[in-house]
Design a protein around this ligand. Structure first.
Ligand code: NAG
Ligand code: NAG
Length: 231
């Protein structure tokens, strides 16, 4: 009797050992659940997987086609025309010329640089944290990859959104030559606010303040001239 029990227990433990071994073997043999794409994408740099397990090929719209679609939209054209009107004022006042080297900061999708080009400027640089080629390239406005004094005119409509406005302004003034201009469009304001903003520009003198309509909203535009000699 006792022997039989012992035998049975041995058999039971043998069964468990076998099951355990089988599970281990299966785990070892199983291929990991990470994906190996059936074939490498033909253009690896244009392919960004949605997840690590996504290997489906993505439709790639050529940049020129994508831009043509964006630039022909009604929304784009209306914003563009708004910027053109805004910049034409500076041209009429004599602050912008065809030969002006212009810099647009936090230029978004590129309405401002396109507008400057439309009114005749030939040398325009526009930067944003993400690029929108060919109009806007990637650079941090707080740390511009340009030498001192290489621009005649710098513009931004996004000073208020800057993480460090003082640093943003510092870079604007650094890259604009002495006697050149910094232009900022901010939400409509007057008096103390205008004074506070112009005080950020340690090395420039406020030349003109105007209330304008830009991109359908009321803005106040400040034009500052970078001092001929640093103070
Ligand atoms: C400026 O450039 C535009 C377009 O290229 C041209 O039509 C215009 O005549 C130029 N203006 C001057 C003053 O050269
Ligand atoms: C712009 O509008 C504000 C009111 O929103 C006013 O206080 C300010 O004086 C105006 N600035 C100019 C230059 O007209």
């Amino acid at each position: 009797m006792e022997r039989n029990v012992e035998k049975m227990l041995n058999r039971v433990s043998m069964v468990f050992i076998s099951i355990g071994t089988a599970i281990m073997v299966i785990m070892i043999l199983q291929t990991p659940k990470t994906c190996i794409p059936p074939e490498a994408p033909s253009k690896p740099h244009t392919h960004f997987p949605r997840s690590t397990c996504d290997s489906s090929p993505r439709q790639h719209v050529p940049l020129s086609k994508k831009n043509a679609r964006i630039w022909s939209s009604k929304a784009w054209k209306s914003r563009l025309s708004s910027f053109s009107t805004y910049f034409l004022r500076f041209r009429d006042l004599g602050f912008l010329h065809n030969h002006t080297k212009a810099l647009c900061l936090s230029a978004g999708a590129g309405h401002a640089p396109m507008a400057l080009s439309q009114i005749g400027l030939a040398d325009i640089t526009a930067v944003e944290l993400v690029d929108s080629l060919p109009l806007v390239r990637r650079a941090d406005p707080h740390n511009l990859p340009f030498f001192d004094g290489v621009f005649d005119f710098a513009f931004t409509a996004h000073l208020a959104e800057a993480l460090f406005p003082w640093r943003f302004v510092e870079e604007m003034e650094r890259t604009v030559r002495r006697g050149g201009f910094c232009v900022v469009a901010v939400d409509e304001c007057g008096g103390d606010d205008v004074r506070d903003i112009s005080r950020l520009f340690h090395n420039s003198k406020l030349v003109e303040v105007a209330n304008v309509t830009l991109e359908g909203s009321k803005r106040t535009s400040l034009l500052l001239k970078v001092r001929d000699s640093p103070t």
